[in-house]
Design a protein around this ligand. Structure first.
Ligand code: ARG
Length: 473
């Protein structure tokens, strides 16, 4: 006759299968379900932050006399060893233990016994994972801001070299008015400035402590959340326990800010692709950022800008994934939230490497000034200047606009530029025109006349570069 197991024996048997809630269950989790629900394959990159959070929690438990100081000491020693094992690549991550949190906790308990089992007092994996992600994202946000800064400096250096290099400014991708290449680049420096401010703002909301919320409702232990927040460098605590464990809006914000950076870089990429194509031939991208074709020997393809443009779609996808992940969840924590990590990690990885490679790529750009200038002088880029000239002589601007339109039509027929028309011809369109008109019709005349804050006059561009450099350094 087989002896019946007592409930306690049953529990410990299942505990040997490495599951921390097994007392509740009659059969082990199916193998496929284990694989399906495990996150350790990707959340192990949170390990350092998990350990930081556990140390701060244990120290608080000790300070509040919830666990003994001897236990705190053992936990500190155990976690320090585990950190070394992880850093040395010696830590054995087990799928059976589901996630980074349970893997580290089990290893700790194997090392130090009961003290390890006391670490989870007054805590849940729900507030633990939210804390880990916030700590990781705070550090990552700082890296992103540094990456943005590096790219801005690289753009500034190129803008500096070309503060007075003439290029056609476009609207509708048609030659509109002359601008300087430096001015064009400074537009992106501005965009990145706002991007950086968005991350700085988002960081404030990332930097709040969820720990103490426990599973969802808080804990009955006399915890000190402010102390944990201070230890971990948070600006304060999440003020509602249900919100603390369940919302991932901070991760969505980060991914949105990342999406906007990618939008900006995708636009610049599109321009680099156009400008480097032989039809434009405005710039050359250094060979180390390009590849050739296996069939067409003449090709040099702008792979990096094309990939940036492509990867922008990938980051937008992550933003959509995170928004959708959140929208149907009732309060508080749901397992859905485990799906926040891969999109978030991949967003950060994609953005960081893009920023780094971009900063280097902008340093490797050479400019064909002659081609840029030629293009600027071909599309009647100074027609607006002629209209302004007439308006300044007293002709209403709308009439001046019409007069110049007729002159342009005439020049198109004759296949010449406005500045090639003799004075007598110009005067047939408007007798007000004098020989001083030619100063206005030149590219330099046009550039220099736009001499105000935000204008393209080379002196203004120089000033904009100087002031941007001052705020960056
Ligand atoms: N791996 C989980 C996550 O990423 C940790 C929290 C699990 N909590 C739970 N009650 N199952 O969200």
């Amino acid at each position: 006759m087989t002896q019946k197991e007592s409930p306690a024996q049953k529990t410990s048997a299942l505990n040997n299968k490495n599951t921390s809630w097994s007392g509740r269950f009659n059969e082990p989790v199916a193998e496929l379900v284990k694989k399906y629900t495990a996150s350790v394959g990707f959340d192990q990159r949170l390990a350092l932050f998990d350990i930081q959070g556990s140390l701060a929690h244990a120290q608080m438990l000790g300070a509040q006399k919830i666990i003994s100081l001897d236990d705190v000491k053992s936990i500190e020693v155990g976690l320090a060893e585990i950190l070394q094992e992880i850093e040395a690549g010696r830590f054995e991550w087990l799928l059976d233990l589901e996630d980074v949190h349970l893997n580290i906790e089990k290893r700790l308990t194997d090392k130090i016994g009961d003290a390890g089992k006391r670490l989870h007092t007054g805590r849940s994996r729900n507030d633990q994972v939210a804390t880990d992600v916030r700590l990781w994202l705070r550090a990552t946000t700082d890296d992103v801001m540094a990456g943005l800064q590096k790219l801005q400096l690289s753009l500034l250096d190129l803008a500096d070299k070309h503060f007075d290099t003439v290029m056609p400014g476009f609207t509708h991708l048609q030659v509109a008015q002359p601008v300087t290449f430096g001015h064009h680049l400074m537009a992106y420096v501005e965009m990145l400035k706002r991007d950086k401010a968005r991350f700085a703002d988002c960081r404030k909301r990332i930097n709040r402590l969820p720990l103490g919320a426990a599973a969802l409702a808080g804990t009955s232990y006399p915890i000190d959340r402010e102390l944990v927040a201070k230890t971990l460098g948070f600006d304060g605590v999440c003020e509602n326990s249900l919100d603390a464990v369940s919302d991932r809006d901070f991760a969505i914000e980060f991914t949105f800010a990342s999406s906007l950076v990618m939008t900006h870089l995708s636009r610049l990429s599109e321009e680099l692709i156009l400008w480097s194509s032989p039809r434009f031939a405005f710039i050359d991208i250094a060979d180390r950022f390009c590849t050739g074709s296996s069939i067409m020997p003449q090709k040099k393809n702008p792979d990096v800008p094309e990939l940036v443009r492509g990867k922008t779609g990938r980051v937008y996808g992550h933003l959509t994934a995170l928004l959708t992940l959140m929208k149907g969840q009732p309060l508080a924590y749901n397992k859905d939230n485990q799906e926040d990590k891969e999109p978030l990690f991949d967003t950060a990885d994609t953005l960081l490497v893009t920023l780094e490679i971009y900063a280097d790529m902008m340093r490797g750009i050479t400019v064909n000034k002659e081609n840029m200038r030629q293009a600027a002088s071909e599309g009647f880029a100074t027609a607006t200047d002629l209209a302004d000239y007439l308006a300044k002589k007293g002709m209403p601007f709308r009439d001046a606009h019409e007069v110049v339109a007729l002159a342009v039509r005439y020049a198109v027929d004759k296949k010449v530029d406005l500045s090639d028309l003799p004075l007598e011809t110009l005067q047939q369109f408007a007798p007000e025109i004098n020989s001083d008109v030619y100063a206005v019709l030149t590219l330099e005349g046009s550039l220099n006349s736009r001499n105000h804050i935000g204008g393209t006059a080379p002196m203004q561009v120089k000033a904009a570069i100087k002031s941007a450099r001052e705020t960056l350094n």
